[in-house]
Design a protein around this ligand. Structure first.
Ligand code: TGC
Ligand code: FAD
Length: 395
């Protein structure tokens, strides 16, 4: 099974936003789009059906520059601007949210903190291999008892002589079962949140897989479990102090998601529009019914508004001016838009829409995770509410 409309996909640009892109940005988008058509589209339905992450694509993701595109070239990254980063995420998520998740975590949640908070030795040791896909990384913030409220985390990283001892567990961790290293956040003896790099072969470290997911089936998810893991001083992130450090990584990943989900929405809208033009009922194509046109026109409008939001936040981000609250608005609005589009497109295609010949069900099921991870839909609403009113309504 394969999305039969994937190869005729040309994207949507109803508001001529391409005029704001450089030739380099358009070229990057085209090259990732073409890679997705040849490497992801033919296998992704099968991967999702069989709950299989296509590990064979990891090195290719490195080759096309999707791992650490916004990390400086001296460490193996792409040295690209943040709109280019967003467009790469958009094209990957057009293929599947699981593939984008892998690249998001590797780029924004593993390479970014090592680059921003790591020592020169850590950068040189880990970043080039993460950029090629020789190393796979994961990011441990969420715990069994603390998801939306990471500041209450229970995992402890306590200094003992010239080493640190790590105890605790992280849950719902993308790529954990296959990771070579994990960037982990824990509290020290003073209750301050610090970060460290845990390596696969460290004694007491295990990564059980979570199976039976009905969402992100083409992505590996699991736990990170630490039982008296000895962390050498050289693996502590020296510049990370307080919750602000992991939250800044989330800002980078959430921004990527606000672009990424545009890809999932475009994939659905393209397939539904094409099918509606082909399928005849009552002697006319589905696309000739006003009710169908209303659905398609409203989705195009919502997609276009979401593209504007992502582009404007992208511009601010490139200038170092995007606030965490603006990024929350982009993530929240755009994920909800994409989820609504995936469901509506399924409806337009009737019974056919539930099959793997169309991408709707897979995208919709994936987006049920995307609307929860990187801060839930409710958390982002409360962040906007707090920014607007100055009142914290979390507690
Ligand atoms: P709060 O007091 O608000 O903030 C603590 C300090 O951090 C600063 N800050 C940020 N800095 C950078 N970026 C952000 N996004 C930031 N948000 C806040 C803040 O200014 C403050 O700084 P300072 O100098 O005053 O210390 O902290 P809080 O404990 O009240 O929590 C606020 C809350 C609820 C919004 C936050 O904890 C939150 O965002 N919760 C949601 C948790 C979450 O998003 N988890 C995601 C886990 S990773 C994941 O899901 C990966 S999925 C990857 C994939 O597969 O693609
Ligand atoms: P909870 O925090 O228990 O929330 C449950 C519900 O209560 C939600 O609807 C929430 O919005 C609501 N709620 C909570 N607090 C409030 C409040 N104050 N007001 C109103 N409503 C509230 N985490 C990582 O650290 N690394 C990863 O790589 C990672 N990958 C993930 C991959 C997948 C597939 C999934 C599903 C999750 C992943 N996560 C990861 C975890 C993710 O970030 C959390 O699931 C998310 O932050 C929500 O936490 P929770 O699931 O514990 O839900």
């Amino acid at each position: 099974m394969q999305n039969r409309y994937a190869t005729s996909f040309r994207g949507f640009d109803y508001l001529n936003l391409d005029e704001q892109l450089t030739d380099e940005q358009k070229l990057i988008r085209e090259s990732v789009r073409s890679w997705v058509n040849t490497a992801v589209v033919p296998i992704i339905e099968d991967c999702a059906e069989h709950h299989k992450f296509p590990k064979e694509l990891i090195k290719q993701l490195g080759e096309i520059g999707a791992l650490g595109p916004h990390i400086p070239t001296q460490y193996g990254g792409g040295g690209l601007d943040l709109i280019s980063y967003g467009l790469i995420m958009q094209e990957l998520e057009r293929g599947d949210s699981g593939i984008r998740s892998f690249a998001s975590v590797q780029s924004s949640l593993v390479m970014y903190p090592i680059w921003k908070y790591g020592s020169e030795e850590q950068k040189n040791k880990f970043l080039p291999k993460l950029a090629t896909g020789d190393f796979v990384g994961s990011f441990g913030l969420t715990e069994p008892n603390h998801g939306s409220d990471p500041s209450s985390m229970e995992t402890r990283l306590i200094k003992k002589g010239d080493k640190y001892i790590l105890n605790g567990a992280k849950l719902w961790i993308t790529s954990s079962p296959i990771c070579d290293l994990a960037v982990v956040w824990a509290k020290n003896e003073d209750g301050r949140i610090i970060g460290c790099i845990v390596e696969r072969d460290m004694a007491g470290f295990s990564t059980p897989e979570i199976t039976g997911k009905w969402s992100l089936r083409a992505s590996k998810t699991g736990e990170l479990v630490f039982q008296d893991v000895e962390i050498p001083e050289e693996n502590i992130l020296p510049l990370a102090s307080g919750l602000k450090a992991p939250l800044s990584c989330l800002s980078s990943a959430r921004y990527g998601i606000s672009f990424g989900v545009l890809g999932a929405a475009m994939d659905c809208l393209h397939a539904a529009t094409e099918y509606a033009k082909e399928r005849i009922q009552f002697g006319k194509p589905l696309a000739a019914f006003q009710l169908t046109q209303k659905k398609l026109a409203e989705m195009l409008t919502d997609l276009s508004k979401a593209q504007l939001l992502a582009m404007q936040i992208g511009k601010l981000n490139n200038e170092g001016k995007a606030t965490p609250a603006q990024i929350s608005m982009g993530k929240r609005n755009n994920v909800e838009m994409a989820l609504r589009v995936a469901r509506e497109c399924r409806q337009i295609c009737g019974g056919m829409g539930i099959t793997g010949d169309f991408p709707f069900m897979r995208h919709a099921m994936n987006l049920e995770s995307v609307i929860t991870y990187e801060g839930t839909h409710e958390v982002h609403l409360l962040i906007t509410g707090m920014d607007l009113t100055g009142i914290n309504a979390f507690g």
